[in-house]
Design a protein around this ligand. Structure first.
Ligand code: NAI
Ligand code: HPV
Length: 389
């Protein structure tokens, strides 16, 4: 029985894909794999762990370096919740420029027994007069799965869009509206935007404080939206800009104690991916990734392992999975072990990503423990396992 530990609420549609060969629950001990959303995962706390699947995009809650060092494969589900986030960002932006929340709260605060209620409402509505999105410029930092959708939705609302990504992927850029202005620096986005939204991963020391006092000094717009992660926008700068009237509002999915009661900050409970559709998409993709990895060694959408999407052919009896540090001569060393044991290799697939070398060695016979011992003893080999068919 394969053991899967769930650390958050994972949609049933995904969990139903596990067959009766799997035991799946939040109370499983010594799991082979973990399914998680935003809960913290220290991969070193789970002896024998093979994989972690994040049903979502951001993996800053998982100890990726520790996972790589022990040969634990970490997956995420690219794009599976992007539409949910993009729709929320556009909704929240639209609500902010029309002061929807404040206006509704005001109407609801009125005396229902006031005989002049209608008049009071008509008189008071001028307090909430807003602006329109059409014709304004949205600055988008990060053109990944979410940033591209946000840019396209903004275009459909007749906004101008200026966007930047340091590492644009061809697949994402092909989906971007061709009237979005893509610029080469974050400063160009900041200086042109009426509203600024950020959609990059949180990486400590890299995207941490990506929007900061220095570059935000050029911001002439009114709203900043952060539905990516808390640490990406420097909060001291945001408070200062709000206090000095240089920023009208900060809209975010990530609360900190100080912002909770701030009247110019709108905070949501990390709600971006919380739709039925996104939760199902993420769970289905994460479960499929895990099953393929556990049952076939296939790697798809890993954030620390190179992709290797190959199923064994019908005559294969054993698939040996070797995970090594990405250094020269490993393939030669591994094949030597098979040669010394006089085992014919039916298929050898190898991929590496600069840190991890990943090998799938298929043989048409059973493989005994001596091979595993010999492979494990190779210097720079991190982990070995055999899948029997
Ligand atoms: N509020 C919520 O519930 C949700 C928040 N998120 C957050 O949004 C982020 C973006 O999500 P997606 O667009 O789906 O991810 P993605 O991986 O498709 O896009 C991220 C983009 O950021 C860019 N980027 C900018 N600086 C980077 C750097 N230094 N290193 C690596 N990439 C860099 C990448 O090139 C990439 O195009 C996630 O990492 C997560 O933190 C994602 C889903 C839900
Ligand atoms: O996918 C992401 O990065 C998210 O932030 C979504 O988080 P959640 O799955 O809703 O806890």
């Amino acid at each position: 029985m394969r053991k899967i530990k769930t650390l958050n609420n994972i949609s049933k549609k995904g969990l139903d894909l596990f067959s009766d060969k799997y035991e799946v629950s939040d109370s499983v001990e010594s799991p082979e794999a973990i399914l998680v959303r935003s809960a913290q995962v220290d991969t070193d706390s789970f002896e024998g762990l093979l994989a972690v699947a994040r049903a979502g995009a951001g993996v800053n809650n998982i100890t990726i370096d520790k996972a790589s060092a022990k040969g634990v494969c970490v997956f995420n589900t690219p794009g599976a919740n992007a539409n949910a986030v993009a729709e929320l960002v556009m909704t929240v932006l639209g609500m902010a420029v029309r002061h929807v929340s404040e206006a509704e709260a005001w109407v609801k605060s009125l005396d229902p027994n006031d005989p002049a209620l209608e008049k009071t409402i008509e008189k008071g509505k001028k307090m909430f007069s807003g602006t329109e999105l059409a014709g304004k410029t949205l600055g988008v930092v990060g053109l990944g799965k979410i940033g591209v959708l946000v840019s396209n939705y903004a275009r459909w609302k007749n906004m101008k869009v200026v966007a930047y990504d340091p590492y644009p992927s061809a697949a994402n850029m092909h989906k971007l509206s061709n009237v979005v202005t893509v610029v080469k620096t974050i400063d160009e986005v900041i200086s042109q935007a009426d509203y600024l939204t950020v959609h990059v991963p949180f990486i400590k020391g890299v995207t941490e404080n990506m929007l900061n006092e220095k570059n935000l000094a050029a911001f002439k717009g009114s709203l900043i939206l952060n539905f990516a992660r808390g640490g990406i926008v420097n909060m001291e700068t945001v408070y200062k800009m709000l206090d000095e009237g240089k920023l009208a509002g900060y809209l975010t999915d990530f609360a900190d104690a100080r912002s909770l009661k701030h009247e110019k900050i709108s905070i949501f409970p990390h709600l971006g991916a919380s739709t039925e559709e996104a939760e199902e998409n993420c769970a289905v993709m994460a479960v499929e990734e895990l099953k393929d990895y556990l049952e076939f060694g296939v790697v798809r959408n890993s954030v620390n392992f190179p992709p290797l999407d190959s199923y064994p052919h019908a005559e294969v009896k054993s698939r040996v999975v070797v995970i090594n540090q990405d250094v020269p001569n490993m393939i030669a060393e591994i094949t030597k072990v098979f040669g010394a044991a006089n085992i014919n290799i039916a298929s050898f697939s190898n991929k590496s990503n600069g840190k991890i070398g990943y090998n799938l060695i298929d043989v048409e016979t059973a493989v005994d423990d001596s091979i595993i011992d010999a492979l494990t003893k190779l210097e720079k080999v991190i982990r070995v396992r055999v899948i029997h068919f």
